[in-house]
Design a protein around this ligand. Structure first.
Ligand code: ZN
Length: 411
C-alpha cells in the first residue's frame, strides 16, 4: 500500500471505532507502520480544551500486534503529535493565546528537553525593548495598535553529531496571534479564523520539536515573530512610512498586509546567523487559497535545489508543496511607491501571493531561501480526509521531513 492510502485506511478505522466507544485498539502489521501511525494519530485528534465534558471522553490507546514495528510506529506518532501541537496552538483563541502566552506554551513544551544530552537547546525570548534596539520598526508598527506586547521567540537546536561545517538552517514563522486587519479592517464574517494567523510560527515550533524528538543531526534556528494586529488610536495607518531593520523604508498602504511587515524584520535578522538556508512559513495571502485551495502549500524558492528538497519531502508526507514564481515584474510592482522604497500593497491587485513573496525577497540576502505561503492550507475543510476539519497544522510533517533530508543532502 502507498503511504497516503495507508494513512487514509487507518484513519477510517479510527473514525469508525470512535463511535463504538472502543478505547483499546489492537493494530495489525502493514508494510508502512509509520504512515499507519500518522493516520491513526492525526484522525484521533480532537480539540476540546475548553469543553466541560472533555474528561468524560474516552482516550484511544493503540497496541501493536507485532512489536517489531515499534520504532516505525513511534516515528509516525512523533510526526503526527508535532502536527497536532501546531493544530492546538492554531485552534487556541486569541484571548488565550496572546504573543506572550504563545511563548509560554512553547517554552513549556520544550522544558523537558533542556537537560537532554542528545541535543543542545537554547531559548531566547526577546521583548519590546530588544525589538526596538534592533530597529525592528516594521514588526513594531504592526504591534503598536494592540495592548498585547510583541515578542520574538528564538529556539536554537544543535545536535552533538551535527556537521559543524554546515551553517544552520533557519526557519522564520509568522505569528500574528490575531489579525483584525488593523485600520484596514477585515469584514466580520469568518474573522474568528484569524486566531490561526500564527500558523507559520506554530508549524515552525512544532518542526523544532519533531527535529529534537527524532534526533535529527543538524543545527536549526527557529525565529517566531509574534504580534497582534488591532485597530486603535495607536494603530499604524494606511500611508504611514516605517524604516525597517534592513534600512529599507516601507510604505504601509494596507494595514492588513501586516504579515510581510513582521517577516521583513525577522528575515533581515535571520542573516545574522549566516544561515545555509532560510525557510519562512506564513499564512500570508488569501490569494494563495484562491490559487491552490487546500491541496498544496505555495512554495516560492530561490533555487531549484531547495524546491526539489521540499517537493520530495511533501511526497513522503503527503502534505505537498506547489512551486510559485519569483519574478522581476513582481519586484517592480513592490518598488512602485511614491513615499518609500517599497510598498506593502501594490497598485495592481492581481498576483497577490507573488507580490507578497516579492516584497519578502527585498529583505533576504541568503542564496537559499524558500517562502511557504500556508494560507491555503491553514484550515482543513475536507481537503485532508484523514484529519477532522479545523485548523490543520500543515505543513509541519513536511518541514520535519525536510530537516531529515536537508543535512545529508546539502553537503
Ligand atoms: Zn492581515
Amino acid at each position: 500500500m502507498k503511504k497516503e492510502q495507508t494513512r487514509l485506511a487507518f484513519s477510517s478505522c479510527v473514525k469508525n471505532l470512535a463511535t463504538s466507544k472502543e478505547t483499546e485498539i489492537l493494530v495489525d502489521n502493514v508494510n508502512d507502520m509509520s504512515a499507519a501511525s500518522e493516520g491513526c494519530h492525526l484522525a484521533a485528534y480532537n480539540f476540546d480544551m475548553y469543553k466541560s465534558d472533555r474528561s468524560k471522553k474516552p482516550v484511544m490507546e493503540f497496541e501493536l500486534m507485532d512489536k517489531s514495528s515499534k520504532t516505525d510506529w513511534e516515528d509516525g506518532f512523533i510526526m503526527a503529535d508535532c502536527q497536532n501541537l501546531a493544530r492546538t496552538l492554531m485552534e487556541m483563541p486569541s484571548n488565550m493565546l496572546t504573543p506572550e502566552k504563545f511563548v509560554e506554551e512553547v517554552v513549556n513544551v520544550f522544558e523537558e528537553f533542556k537537560n537532554d544530552p542528545k541535543v543542545k537547546l537554547e531559548i531566547h525570548i526577546r521583548d519590546e525593548d530588544w525589538l526596538r534596539e534592533q530597529n525592528m520598526n516594521a514588526l513594531l508598527a504592526v504591534a503598536q495598535g494592540s495592548v498585547q506586547k510583541p515578542r520574538l521567540l528564538e529556539l536554537h537546536l544543535s545536535h552533538p553529531d551535527a556537521d559543524k561545517s554546515i551553517q544552520p538552517l533557519v526557519f522564520v514563522g509568522k505569528g500574528v496571534t490575531f489579525d483584525t486587519g488593523g485600520i484596514s479592517i477585515k469584514p466580520s464574517a469568518k474573522m474568528g479564523l484569524m486566531r490561526g494567523d500564527m500558523g507559520g510560527a506554530a508549524c515552525v515550533a512544532a518542526t523544532a520539536l519533531g527535529v529534537m524528538r527524532l534526533n535529527v543531526p543538524g543545527r536549526i534556528i527557529c525565529l517566531m515573530g509574534l504580534v497582534e494586529n488591532m485597530p486603535s488610536g495607536n494603530a499604524c495607518k494606511p500611508g504611514d512610512v516605517v524604516f525597517s531593520r534592513s534600512g529599507l523604508s516601507i510604505e504601509i498602504d494596507n494595514t492588513d498586509a501586516e504579515g510581510r511587515l513582521v517577516l521583513a524584520d525577522v528575515l533581515d535578522y535571520s542573516q545574522t546567523f549566516q544561515p545555509s538556508a532560510v525557510l519562512d512559513a506564513a499564512t500570508l495571502t488569501g490569494a494563495m487559497t484562491v490559487a491552490l485551495g487546500g491541496a498544496f502549500t505555495g512554495a516560492f524558492c530561490s533555487t531549484n535545489k531547495l524546491f526539489d528538497m521540499l517537493r520530495k519531502s511533501g511526497a513522503v508526507t503527503g502534505d505537498q508543496v506547489w512551486r510559485m514564481p519569483l519574478a522581476t515584474l513582481y519586484n517592480d510592482m513592490v518598488k512602485d511607491s511614491l513615499l518609500a522604497d517599497v510598498t506593502n500593497s501594490t497598485k495592481q491587485k492581481e498576483a497577490g501571493s507573488c507580490t507578497a513573496a516579492a516584497f519578502l525577497s527585498q529583505f533576504v540576502k541568503c542564496d537559499q531561501w524558500a517562502h511557504l505561503d500556508i494560507a491555503s492550507v491553514m484550515e482543513n475543510t475536507n481537503h485532508v480526509k484523514y484529519m477532522p476539519n479545523g485548523m490543520s497544522g500543515r505543513p509541519t510533517r513536511t518541514l520535519i521531513q525536510f530537516c531529515k533530508q536537508y543535512f545529508p543532502e546539502i553537503k
